[in-house]
Design a protein around this ligand. Structure first.
Ligand code: SF4
Ligand code: SF4
Length: 136
């Protein structure tokens, strides 16, 4: 059998076509729109309810209501998006970029700031109280 004609054809085709690979990192990777990379949280809206933790099939999320923290084990997460879909406050979102490789397990912990004390209502004026009693 003579393979020369097909080889020549392939060589010529490759010579004049675009390269199949990218010049990474000079040419950054463009992620498809629905890429599941990593989870982000908005602690300003999170109410530390723990629903995301209970829905996580990989047990990657920990919510500490006493310490007011939300943690995620990055390499335990399987990017299933279950926590994002179950969060009642829409505090979680899936981002396209992946967690960077590392030699040790990585846990990211986010702290929810203490809420300011609620303002105390001033006591009602005596006249106002009297009026309320006479109406009763
Ligand atoms: S489900 Fe949402 S609001 Fe509840 S703890 Fe998780 S991120 Fe916070
Ligand atoms: S994406 Fe899935 S595996 Fe990752 S933290 Fe959310 S529920 Fe858990």
């Amino acid at each position: 059998m003579n393979f020369m004609p097909s080889f020549t054809k392939t060589a010529l085709k490759n010579l004049f076509s675009q390269p199949a690979t990218r010049m990474y990192p000079q040419v950054p990777r463009e992620y498809p729109e629905r890429t599941r990379g990593h989870i982000e949280i908005d602690m300003s809206t999170c109410i530390l309810c723990g629903i995301c933790s209970r829905k996580c099939p990989a047990d990657a999320i920990k919510v500490d209501r006493t310490g007011r923290t939300w943690s995620i084990e990055r390499f335990g997460c399987i990017q299933c998006n279950s926590c994002v879909e179950s969060c009642p406050k829409k505090s979680l979102s899936m981002h396209q970029t992946y967690t960077e490789p590392a030699g040790v397990k990585r846990v990211d912990t986010f702290q929810k700031p203490e809420e300011p004390p609620k303002p105390v209502e001033p006591p009602k004026a005596p006249a106002e109280q009297k009026g309320t009693e006479s109406n009763a």
